[in-house]
Design a protein around this ligand. Structure first.
Ligand SMILES: Nc1ncnc2c1ncn2[C@@H]1O[C@H](COP(=O)(O)OP(=O)(O)O)[C@@H](O)[C@H]1O
Ligand SMILES: [Mg+2]
Length: 361
């Protein structure tokens, strides 16, 4: 029997296209550690750009099928793996060696569910196998620790650095952990800048695929400081379907444009309410605003999250809805949004030339 050649295996695998990157997985360099035994047993790893890849299983099945079809192959061992690539621009700004991507969750105004989205997004990505940090930069109303059930914890200090608190599989840092109680923060521009810097460099974040940053509402100093200090891979804008809220998002859009942070997409929260008793759908804050806005700005629409009592309860009692009610429509919507965010980050990371073009406009 002829020995199965490496070339034949790679040729078979090159039939698998990445739907987002529009290239095959061999050209993209996703196939690693190919090994073929005398007996025709073929083993390899497929290393994707995010563990939160919705087509992971399809890739594995297709790989098994295509390679299994080669004459002489007796067994196919596929290992699915992920290495999140480092976002662009990390060399010329603040050094955060272990952090691959920074994602800001922002909104035009408060109360639209920004922290809720940031918390559930971070936990959902961790559930999918990513290494995730969550930095609560809403210095005026830091409520992430309550939402994660760690309001009474205090970060440990190690050689002048802060160790983030761990909860639901993610690493967390927040002003509220350093200054417990409900004293309002009164900080102005220059001090804020220092605070943002400290949260980035004086916290032992370690190895992270995604550092999610929960921003204060609006278009203020924290947004500018973050963009100046580190390369932010992208911003997610949260809105409700209401017009008032949408006009605030427009302002946020312009701000991110001026600081060269790409907007990864728009999340519409509190989109509608399904009455648990009758199943009737109520569009409490109007309909379709997020999608219209995405259309207007040529941005991605990342998804919509319906209103749900479980979401608020989860926030109040410290267990995010993706953990407490993983099968609820809200949690499912949030998980799809997490996959979508990971996908957009991968697309941005692997298309540097496009990003530069966009920035040069
Ligand atoms: N989809 C939702 N369904 C029900 N309640 C929600 C939803 N999204 C957010 N909330 C609640 O609305 C309030 C404001 O949300 P929050 O995330 O704190 O907003 P922001 O960070 O934008 O100020 C919180 O009490 C939260 O639990
Ligand atoms: Mg908030």
């Amino acid at each position: 029997m002829n020995q199965v050649s490496e070339q034949a295996v790679l040729q078979a695998l090159s039939r698998i296209q990445d739907p987002d990157l529009h290239k095959d997985i061999v050209t993209l360099g996703f196939v690693k550690d190919l090994n073929i035994t005398q007996g025709g047993e073929v083993s390899f790893r497929i290393v994707l750009t995010t563990p939160a890849c919705p087509v992971k299983e399809q890739f594995a099945d297709a790989a098994r099928e295509h390679v299994g079809g080669i004459a002489g192959v007796t067994k196919v061992n596929v290992t699915m793996d992920a290495e999140v690539p480092k976002g662009r621009g990390f060399t010329d700004k603040t050094q955060m060696p272990g952090v691959q991507n920074i994602i800001a969750v922002s909104s035009g105004k408060g109360g639209v569910g920004k922290s809720t989205i940031a918390v559930n997004l971070a936990v959902a990505l961790a559930q999918m196998g990513a290494k995730v940090g969550l930095m609560d930069m809403d210095v005026y109303g830091p409520n992430v620790p309550i939402m994660l059930g760690i309001a009474l914890e205090q970060p440990k200090v190690y050689v002048n650095k802060l160790i983030p608190v761990e909860a639901h599989g993610i690493k967390v840092m927040s002003m509220a952990l350093l200054q417990p109680g409900d004293k309002p923060m009164i900080v102005r521009g220059p001090i804020l800048h220092g605070l943002v810097r400290q949260f980035l460099t004086d916290v032992v974040w370690g190895e992270l695929d995604y550092l999610i940053v929960d921003m204060p509402p609006g278009t203020g100093d924290v947004q500018l400081s973050l963009a100046q200090l580190v390369p932010v891979q992208g911003a997610i804008l949260v809105t409700t379907p209401q017009e008032v809220s949408l006009s605030d998002v427009r302002r946020a859009f312009r701000m991110f444009e001026t600081v060269n942070v790409p907007v990864l997409g728009i999340v519409e929260n509190m989109s509608y309410f399904i009455a648990p008793d009758t199943g009737a759908r109520y569009n409490i804050f109007g309909e379709g605003g997020g999608a219209r806005l995405a259309d207007e700005y040529d941005a991605n629409f990342l998804g919509s999250v319906p209103l749900g009592i479980e979401v608020r309860e989860g926030g109040d009692c410290g267990v995010p809805v993706v953990v407490s009610h993983p099968d609820s429509p809200q949690a499912k919507a949030l998980k799809i949004i997490a996959e979508e965010v990971a996908r957009q980050v991968s697309i941005e990371a692997l298309k540097p030339e496009l990003v530069v073009l966009k920035k040069g406009l």
